[in-house]
Design a protein around this ligand. Structure first.
Ligand SMILES: [Mn+2]
Length: 414
């Protein structure tokens, strides 16, 4: 009764970063994962949601998934692949090929299965339908998976998430008997780190985040998706986010991406991780923090020129410029410095030196009628640009505007 399960998540097939396609990276990851299925002697592959980046993914993304599933099945005939729906996925689209597939080899769980209530009044989550037997090395059932995908409010109805998980864990524990029970989910569990840009639609700050006490202590493992950093979550049982296969935004470039490998044998349970090779580097200029425009431009000009590397292998680049006033030519200078370089720009950040608190500024407590427009302009400029007054040409332009506004003929709209 031994079983090896590979847990991975948040592939976001079809993703683009600042308009740059990720197809070459997905291709490299899936080819590597195919090799890992053999190397780890995997019996189960579990993908915990956000298989696609958007609800209506491009044909190329769907073709890539189906080609991978066919290759995985051909390579390891005993393998069961389970794919859960995430918040980026369309449940209906994920479920679409299910009737064509051998349930013993590929299972899609796009949304929460529901059934008619015993009293015939409406429907309720079908806990039993979420339970999937997991084959071990010999083909016998070695564990059970309670496959809970991302739950939309409409999937849950009046039932809170807590009672859904309690119900499905109880049904799973009963069904599993002495065999291990694995739970899953695609949600934000408190204690997990959040990346700034990629997990959009998350409410950070507590509201949507769930406590780890959501999960039943009888679970041998809880396989989570949604957060892109691979990480353990403290709770009543082992809980882990597998994370995404590579950075989906600049904020994720320092993550150590991996797959989680779970090995279950009688009385033993081991959880390990295998780092995923990163096919495309992610650069930042400067490497940490921000630098003035001249220093940034010099560093960009020193980057290697394009030596015929295919564009989809060019490193991604994020640029952060320290500014203390308006820099009208900032973008043009950055783009000019990057001309002919083997990098793909994702974004240019402007970092302003910390502004003094507006409530403690020179205008604090002043009556609006007592203030000269020039003073308001100077104070706003200072608040926005690290306390610096507007440069002379800008102050002059503002004064000219002011004269123009004040000398408009009466009756014309200002
Ligand atoms: Mn997600």
């Amino acid at each position: 009764m031994t079983l090896t399960l590979i847990h991975t998540s948040d592939w976001h097939l079809g993703h683009e970063l600042a308009g740059h396609p990720r197809e070459a990276e997905h291709e490299a990851f899936l080819a590597w994962l195919l090799g890992q299925l053999d190397e780890q002697e995997a019996d189960v592959l579990l993908v915990t949601g956000d298989i696609y980046d958007v609800a209506n993914p491009p044909v190329s993304a769907m073709r890539r998934l189906y080609a991978f599933l066919a290759a995985a099945s051909a390579r390891r005939p005993g393998l069961l692949t389970v794919i859960l729906g995430g918040n980026h996925d369309s449940a209906a689209r994920i479920n679409l090929p299910a009737p064509l597939l051998d349930e013993a080899r590929v299972r899609f769980v796009g949304n929460l299965p529901r059934k008619v209530r015993p009293d015939g009044e409406g429907t309720m989550p079908d806990h039993a339908a979420m339970l999937i037997p997991l084959p071990g090395k010999t083909g016998e059932i070695a564990a059970w998976l309670a496959a809970v995908p991302f739950c939309r409010p409409g999937d849950l109805g009046a039932e809170p998430l807590q009672s859904l998980y309690a119900g499905v864990a109880a049904a799973g524990a009963e069904r599993a008997g002495s065999l291990p029970l694995i739970l899953s989910g695609h949600l934000h569990v408190a204690g997990g780190a959040v990346s700034e840009l990629s997990e959009r639609r998350i409410v950070v700050g507590g509201e949507e985040a769930q406590a780890a006490s959501l999960f039943d202590p009888r679970a041998a493992y809880v396989a989570l998706g949604h957060l892109h950093r691979a990480q353990d979550v403290a709770g009543p049982c082992p809980i882990r986010y597998a994370g995404s296969p590579f950075p989906l935004s600049a904020t994720e470039r320092d993550y150590a991406h991996s797959i989680s490998v779970l090995r279950v044998s009688p009385g033993k349970f081991a959880l390990g991780e295998v780092p995923i090779p990163r096919p495309v580097p992610f650069l930042a200029v400067p490497a940490r923090g921000a630098a003035p425009l001249d220093a940034v431009v010099a560093e960009l000009e020193a980057l290697p020129a394009d030596e015929g590397l295919p564009r989809e292998r060019h490193p991604f680049l994020e640029v952060t410029v320290a500014v203390d006033g308006p820099e009208p030519h900032l973008q043009a200078r950055v783009l000019a410095a990057l001309d002919g370089k083997a990098v793909r720009l994702t974004r240019i950040l402007r970092q302003v030196a910390t502004a003094p608190d507006a409530n403690e500024g020179p205008l604090a407590g002043a009556d609006l009628g007592d203030l000269a427009p020039e003073a308001v302009f100077a104070a706003l400029h200072g608040a926005k640009y690290g306390g610096n007054p507007p440069p002379d040409d800008l102050a002059r332009a503002f004064a000219e505007l002011l004269i123009e506004v004040n000398t408009l003929p009466a009756g014309e709209p200002a």
